[in-house]
Design a protein around this ligand. Sequence first.
Ligand code: SF4
Ligand code: SF4
Length: 82
Amino acid sequence: MTFSLDVGGKMMSGRASRAGVPELREDTCLDCGGCLGICPHEALDLYEGRIRVLDSCTECDLCVRLCPVDALVSIASPAGRA
Ligand code: SF4
Ligand code: SF4
C-alpha cells in the first residue's frame, strides 16, 4: 500500500508495511456480509455461516476499516509472509 505525506511542504511517497491478515472476532461479528463485497481479491468468503479469510488476502486492511463493529482485526503477518 503506497502513501503520500506532506513533509515541510514537500510531498513524500512510500510503501507502507502490510497491515496483517485480518482475524475474525466471532463474538462481535453481526454476519451482515458487508465485508464480503469489499475485498478486491475475493479473499473473504462464508464457511459454515462465518466469515473466513483466505490465503489470497493481501493485507490491504480494507475490510478491517469497513466493518461497522470492528469484528475484523489486523494481526501480525506470519513469519515469511510480510
Ligand atoms: S462487515 Fe463485520 S460484522 Fe459484517 S460480516 Fe463482515 S466482519 Fe461481520
Ligand atoms: S485485508 Fe484486504 S485483501 Fe485481505 S481480506 Fe480484507 S479486504 Fe481482502
